[in-house]
Design a protein around this ligand. Structure first.
Ligand code: NAP
Length: 289
């Protein structure tokens, strides 16, 4: 690889990608975009080609893609029209003659039965990439282990237990930093062959497993109680959580309950060159235990 544009480089996944890329290539081979001038200047000071850029601003994308071989499109957040934002990046990559586009999708068992429309958007982006004719790499990443505190209510889970409408559904959680590291290893070492990588942990865990791990780590008995959706929604209302946010959480949890996130592969371990961090160790990190 001669040169790469990493979008989302200021984010947590993007940072992990960049740190691993720097072990093999120079900062001046890496371009980044950010919407924030201070962050842009900090990247520039480290020797990167750093641009003010926004998925919604075509001129900025055009400027950042000049002379770039590979674009790593880290999926956008859920605030704007992210399908359109992704299309803007893909269309610009075609226009600018980029040789290879990589994208961060999600590892879900069956795209046709997803509850969560945010996940559907990833697969629609994948379709758009295929239709673009660009040589591609798709990273289908599992749910970040780092997201567990959001689902269980942080350290409060140690006293309150875990109440979720997730049934016995399992998730092959992996640390975001390890996913980023493995993505960079692929980008550095593989030729572009229109390949799809599914990066997951090497075990899938239920919320019961998470409760047991928290019990072992804290010495307090932490219990998981599967509840009905309506009970969970009422709990959220009591805590003054907005309906829209509750619905978003329910969509995520419905897919978990249906084991959409339970697939385990050995690809993350392969590209890390070691076993991915397991639940107990990961919980210590993400919950600061
Ligand atoms: P993060 O820390 O919130 O970083 C998001 C990055 O996206 C930032 O670098 C931000 O750049 C950039 N960005 C957002 N909107 C943009 C826009 N309109 N134009 C240009 N850049 C934009 O997120 P993360 O944890 O690294 O995760 C990366 C992505 O993975 C998320 O955006 C989301 O799509 C997805 N995700 C996956 C999981 C999972 O469990 N697998 C969980 C959560 C999210 P600036 O703010 O510097 O402009």
């Amino acid at each position: 690889m001669n040169s790469i544009l990493v979008t989302g480089a200021t984010g947590q996944l993007g940072s992990a990608v960049i740190e691993t890329l720097l072990k093999k290539i120079w900062a001046d081979q890496i371009s980044v975009i950010t919407r924030n001038e201070e962050k842009r200047a900090a990247f520039e000071a480290r020797g990167f080609n750093a641009f003010l850029g926004d998925y919604d601003n075509l001129a900025t994308l055009e400027q950042a893609m000049k002379g770039v071989d590979t674009v790593l499109l880290i999926s956008s957040g859920d605030q704007g029209d992210r399908i359109q934002e992704h299309k803007n990046v893909i269309d610009m990559a075609v226009k600018m003659g980029v040789k290879h586009l990589a994208y961060t999708s999600r590892c879900m068992r069956d795209r046709n039965t997803l509850a969560n429309q945010l996940m559907v958007e990833h697969f629609r982006t994948e379709d758009y990439i295929r239709e673009s004719g660009l040589p591609f790499t798709i990273f289908r990443n599992t749910l970040y282990m780092d997201a567990i505190p959001q689902f269980v209510g942080g350290q409060a889970a140690l006293d309150r237990g875990i109440l979720l409408p997730a049934g016995e559904g399992k998730v092959a959680f992996a640390l975001r930093s390890e996913i980023g590291e493995a993505m960079a290893q692929v980008l550095l070492n593989e030729t572009c062959e229109n390949k799809i990588y599914s990066f997951t942990g090497d075990q899938a865990y239920s919320f019961d497993d998470i409760a047991s791990a928290l019990t072992a780590l804290s010495g307090k008995e932490v219990k998981y109680t599967p509840v009905e959706r309506a009970v969970f929604a009422a709990m959220m209302r009591q805590r003054n959580v907005e309906e829209a946010l509750t619905q978003k959480i329910l969509d995520f949890i419905t897919d978990i309950k249906n084991n959409q996130e339970a697939e385990v592969t050995n690809e993350l371990a392969f590209y890390l060159g070691r076993k991915p961090t397991r639940l107990n160790e990961g919980l210590k990190l993400v919950l600061a235990l």
